[in-house]
Design a protein around this ligand. Sequence first.
Ligand code: ZN
Length: 270
Amino acid sequence: MRSEKVIAMGDVKAAAGYRIQPATCETHGDFEQRVTMMFGKEFSGACPQCAAAEKAKGEAREQAAKARGEREAMERKLGEALIPKRFADKTLASYRATTKPQAFAHQACIRYVAAFDEIERTGRCLLLLGKPGTGKTHLGAGIANELMHTTSKTAVYRTFGSVLQAIRSSYGQGAEQTEVDILRSLISPDLLVLDELGVSKEQPSDFEMTTLFAIINGRYEQMRPTVVISNLGASDLPKAIGDRCMDRLRENGGFVVPFEWESQRGKEGV
Ligand SMILES: [Zn+2]
C-alpha cells in the first residue's frame, strides 16, 4: 500500500521542476521569476510583462502578415479583372444619372449585381447597347468592381479587341499563354464583362466570329452570365456577332438596356 503524505507548496514546485525567486526587470521593476530545472541546468524566466509584450508583438506581426496576404489576394483578383485604369475607380455609386433613361440603365445594373446569386443560377446575360460616350463602360466596369469588392465572386473585364489581340499573340513563338489558356480565363470567372463588341457594322472575320462564339458559348454551357457592351443597337448587333451568339445571350431572359442619349463625354460621372 502506498503511503500518502501531506506536502507543502514549496515542495510541489520543487517536485515540478521549478522554483520562484525575486528578480528585477530594467523596464518593469520587481517580479517573481520562475527558474526551471532542465537537463541539470537552470533556466530563468522572463519578466511576465516583457513576455506579454513580446507575445502581443508576435500576434501583431501575424495579423499584419494575414492582412497583407488578404490584400495581395485582392490585388491578384483585381489584377486578373484587368479593368482599365481609367475605369478602375468607376463604381455604380459614382454614376450620375440625370435623365429617366439614364436612371433606368443605372438601376438595371444595380439590380443585376443585387440579384447576382439568382443571375448565376440561370446564367442570365445583360446587354448594354447604344451610342458611344453614354456611360456603358462606366456601368459595366462598375458591375465588375462591385462584385469584386463586395462579394467573393470573380469578375473579368475585357474589350473584345484585346481578347483578339491576346489570342493572335498566343500563336507566336515563345508565347506565354496558349489560346486555350486565354479562353479559359474568360470562361471560368463568375462574370465576364465583354466590351466593344461589334465595333463596326461590317461583317466580322471568321476568326473573330469563331473566337466570340467560343467565349459566349463556353460561358453559356457553364451557365455563367456575361455582360456585353456594344455601340450597336439591339437591331444591328445580331448581324455583327452572329445569330448563334445572339441566341445564347438572349436565353433565360437576357436583358437589353438601351443607351440612346447623346454622348456625355467630358461631363462628370461618365
Ligand atoms: Zn519587463
